[in-house]
Design a protein around this ligand. Structure first.
Ligand SMILES: Cc1cc2nc3c(=O)[nH]c(=O)nc-3n(C[C@H](O)[C@H](O)[C@H](O)COP(=O)(O)OP(=O)(O)OC[C@H]3O[C@@H](n4cnc5c(N)ncnc54)[C@H](O)[C@@H]3O)c2cc1C
Length: 835
């Protein structure tokens, strides 16, 4: 047995083997895979083998696309047939909202380069004559999509890896993992130890047990998933005899099931409500090729719906039911990338579409390990998108929910109900009384918008079949608020507009306590931050700067507001959703000599934002601090008292108005909140939510991770020059920026005014054209209430980015003219911010 290797991959399912294959393909042949039983004996062997390209996430979509391109090429490389049947995949739409979802998706697909056709019900029937088309409005078809034999695919990847020098050890169980003082890992197995530089965990249903070996709480708990295989049907056999093509994969999205031909019969896979989490404490030690007893009663409504759509299905006897474990995460996307808190420990876990994603996930993880970076934006699958709140109880509730919602319409403003309200800031109840309709980020409840008193949807609205209701937010007695999700302007649109107007005319208050916060201090802090981040480190106490953590190639990893709070002490604020991600990079980069200290402050500090032209008047009533522009200019911070409560007031905000963020001890939040509300009463202070903030930020052309800012774009392409100090001789990404400057930019970030919009603004991910040619993609979009413009931010090929250039943007299938306008259409001189 080998006793050392560069990388040890644990787990011989399709995902682990693909990781091994890609590492070997990138030239790392000293790599070993350890599998406790036989390859594919976990979840892989029983998968239905479908390869759905459909995914609304730009990053997951790219992983799937890579896989579908790679798999057919494996035969030539390995002489093994992977059983890829490129029979296409049809998704039906039975509601206008579903059609909107497909139209939106078509933009994502276009910008990724995935072919999608829209079909009429008649065209679907031609391809799938066994399906009747009652109630079908239309469909999309992926011609490149189909299904594969998962075990054959895994064997081909294994052969490809072995041909390149990789080693596979079967019937060997990893029993422990420890890290030595020099950073090397020792992987203990029942056959002996292997010392290595990197460890990859790809252990499917065992993810939490493998994680526990190194103290990780991996946010993966599987859910039961079943599919039914029937006896042969004469009509299908007749088609075969005539040499007619397979009918392909049919997905009845609105009834939550898929169907395809299988050996002359049919295979039906529902995603049912009520499927339970399984293997909560992990599979048994002897688990191998394991299935659960079938639970057909749960599938009954789905079977009936399948019979209605495909009557032939009702004529068939069941040959076999597969009920197996399918790994899940709270948002249904896999976990691919570095493990938080551990150097050189990687996760490739939580795959619910693992046959589809394995190729892409292995490919990008190999890049990450070998080159230090993935080549595409992986934020949507980054393991650090969850925090320590995502423990067993949370995972069971959220993962069951994620499974049940695989086929629901994925609205851009969708907010899910399970495991809420989990993380509440102290002012949660106060906001609730003011009509807050909450959203959730990183487990925190945040007001998305505020429904005015007495507001509710009309009965006519409630009756519309495509109306989905968010029951999650609190009911206000006597005035049930109902939020409709939509790809178009929805019922909160006007109210968000009122919030924007109110803030820009008077004054508003917002709870931003979910921000990630930390303190960097110590004798080495200034030098360390200078070498790590792009901007100059604030020199004077009280100065605030926006700064970026770049990749060596100059892509953008993280954004920080850096506030010099005291001598050798810097307070860093970043996006709430990215706390674990951002802090993990900081912690892993700390110097070994102890000269820099990191202190996490997220849950210790709350943040209230006061903004609008009367913000100074309100604050002046509750503090003795001189608030004049001379004494307290924009982009500075001070320790102040609000009444008796201390806080750090930072003169910054994300909406482009006069205002302050108050970073305060969290236990004093309600005291401060009440003081501000009391002082603000005479100025008509009102709360505002995330949706108003996002609209106002768009009017300032403010950029967000992972939209305008990502590892896929160079910081210069994202327009961050102002926040980069090239005077500094050395910081992460400097060489990458210089190299890109020399080579020329491939994209330019522009602000677009979208013309002719009536009810659907851009959301991000729309395709942008000039004279019929694809020239870029929108990264954000929405309506700007202060400018009365429909706006979008977009990454465009530089030759089309000049001011005034007329482009076209496809929003839900309608082409709109879009003009490149100067950045920050609201208050380009920042007069309000400086006032
Ligand atoms: C009924 C059903 C149908 C499905 N259909 C599809 C489909 O059509 N399309 C699709 O894309 N996906 C489908 N899936 C999902 C798919 O099966 C999984 O996403 C995929 O198999 C995951 O592969 P994996 O390599 O991550 O995990 P696994 O295949 O479970 O592999 C993990 C391996 O790690 C090994 N291991 C664990 N711990 C250790 C240890 N300590 N030491 C050594 N080895 C260890 C295990 O023995 C196991 O072999 C389906 C799932 C189910 C249940």
């Amino acid at each position: 047995m080998k006793t050392s290797a560069r990388v040890v991959v644990i787990g011989g399912g399709v995902v682990g083997v693909s990781t091994l294959y890609h590492l070997a393909k990138m030239g790392w042949s000293d790599v070993v895979l350890i599998e406790r039983k036989e390859l594919t004996s976990g979840s892989t062997w029983h998968a239905a083998g479908l390869l759905p390209l459909f995914n609304l996430s730009y990053s997951v979509g790219k992983l799937h696309q890579y896989s579908v391109d790679l798999y057919p090429s494996l035969e030539a490389e390995t002489d093994l047939n992977v059983g890829f049947s490129r029979v296409s995949n049809i998704r039906l739409a039975n509601s206008p909202d579903r059609m909107d979802e497909y139209r939106y998706y078509a933009g994502v697909a276009k910008t990724i380069g995935v072919d999608v056709n829209f079909l009429t019900p008649e065209q679907v029937h031609e391809i799938w004559p066994l399906a009747q088309m009652d109630g079908v409005l239309g469909a999309i078809q992926h011609p490149a999509d189909g299904y594969i034999q998962p075990a054959d695919l895994t064997q081909a990847l294994a052969k490809g890896a072995r041909q390149r020098g990789a080693t596979i050890m079967r019937n060997t169980t990893v029993t422990g993992i420890t890290q030595k003082a020099n950073g090397e890992w020792v992987v203990a197995t029942d056959q002996g130890d292997i010392t290595c530089e990197h460890v990859v965990s790809a252990t499917g249903s065992f993810a939490r047990q493998t994680g526990a070996m190194v103290g990780l709480d991996v946010p993966v708990i599987p859910v039961e998933h079943q599919y039914i295989v029937t006896e042969q049907h004469p009509a299908i056999m007749e088609r075969r005899a005539k040499g007619l093509p397979e009918m392909g994969v049919l997905r009845e999205s609105d009834s939550s099931w898929y169907m395809r031909e299988e050996a002359g019969g049919l295979l039906l896979g529902p995603y049912e409500v009520g499927a339970p989490a399984c293997y909560v404490k992990g599979p048994a030690a002897n688990s191998e090729y394991e299935l659960f007893p079938d639970a057909l009663e749960r599938l009954e409504p789905y079977i009936l719906s399948a019979i209605e759509r495909v009557p032939a299905f009702g004529e068939l006897g069941i040959k076999k039911v597969y009920n197996g474990a399918i790994a899940y995460t709270p948002d249904g996307s896999p976990i691919v990338g570095p493990a938080p808190g551990l150097k050189n420990f990687w996760l490739n876990e939580g795959h619910s579409f693992g046959i589809t994603a394995a190729g892409g996930a292995g490919w990008q993880l190999a890049h990450w390990i070998v080159d230090g970076e993935p080549t595409i934006d992986m934020m949507g699958v980054d393991p650090r998108r969850f925090g320590t709140y995502a423990d067993e109880g949370y995972l069971i509730e959220k993962n069951e929910e994620a499974y049940a919602k695989v086929f629901t319409v994925h609205y851009p403003d969708e907010e899910r109900e399970a495991a809420r309200p989990l993380r509440q800031t102290p002012c949660y109840d106060r906001m609730k009384k003011l009509g807050a309709v909450f959203g959730s980020v990183f487990g925190w409840e945040r007001p998305n918008w505020f429904a005015p008193e007495g507001y509710e949807l009309t009965d006519a609205d409630l009756d519309r079949p495509e109306t989905l209701l968010n029951h999650n937010h609190p009911d206000v007695p006597g005035a049930p608020i109902r939020e409709k999700w939509s790809f178009r302007r929805s019922n909160y649109f006007e109210h968000v507009g009122n919030e924007c107007r109110h803030v820009t005319e008077k004054v508003g208050i917002q709870d931003m306590s979910a921000f990630a916060k930390c303190l960097i201090s110590g004798p080495g802090a200034e030098e360390w931050l200078g070498k790590l981040l792009s901007n100059a480190v604030p020199k004077k106490i009280g100065r605030v700067a926006l700064s970026y953590l770049l990749t060596p190639a100059g892509g953008v990893r993280s954004e920080f507001t850096v506030y010099k709070r005291g001598p050798q002490s810097y307070y860093l604020v970043s996006a709430g959703a990215l706390e674990q991600h951002d802090h993990d990079y900081l912690i892993k980069a700390l110097p070994a000599d102890g000269s820099v200290k990191f202190e996490r402050l997220t849950t210790a500090m709350g943040v209230l934002v006061l903004a609008g032209p009367r913000a100074r008047d309100v604050l002046a009533k509750v503090t003795r601090t001189d608030l004049s522009n001379e004494a307290f200019p924009w982009l500075t911070g001070k320790r102040i008292s609000i009444g008796a409560a201390p806080c750090d007031a930072l003169r910054v905000n994300f909406i482009g108005e006069l205002g302050w963020e108050f970073h305060h001890p969290i236990e004093m939040q309600n005291y401060i909140f009440d003081k501000l509300m009391e002082a603000g009463a005479e100025f008509d202070i009102k709360p505002f939510g995330i949706r108003a903030m996002t609209s106002m930020a768009l009017e300032k052309s403010y950029k967000l991770i992972p939209r305008e800012l990502s590892v896929e774009y160079n910081a210069l392409e994202s327009g961050l020059e102002r926040f980069i100090s090239m005077k500094k001789p050395d910081f992460v990404g400097r060489d990458g920026l210089l190299a890109k400057k020399e080579a020329g930019l491939s994209s330019t970030l522009v602000t677009l005014e979208v013309l002719g919009v009536t009810d659907a603004d851009a959301r991000g991910s729309e395709a942008i054209y000039r004279d019929g040619q694809l020239v870029g993609r929108a990264t954000s979009g929405g309506y700007g209430w202060r400018t009365a413009k429909s706006l979008a931010l977009a990454m465009i090929a530089p030759e089309h980015a000049n001011l005034g250039t007329e482009l076209e943007i496809s929003i839900l299938g309608t082409m709109h003219k879009a003009v490149v306008i100067p950045d920050s259409p609201f208050d380009p001189e920042n007069l309000a911010l400086r006032s």
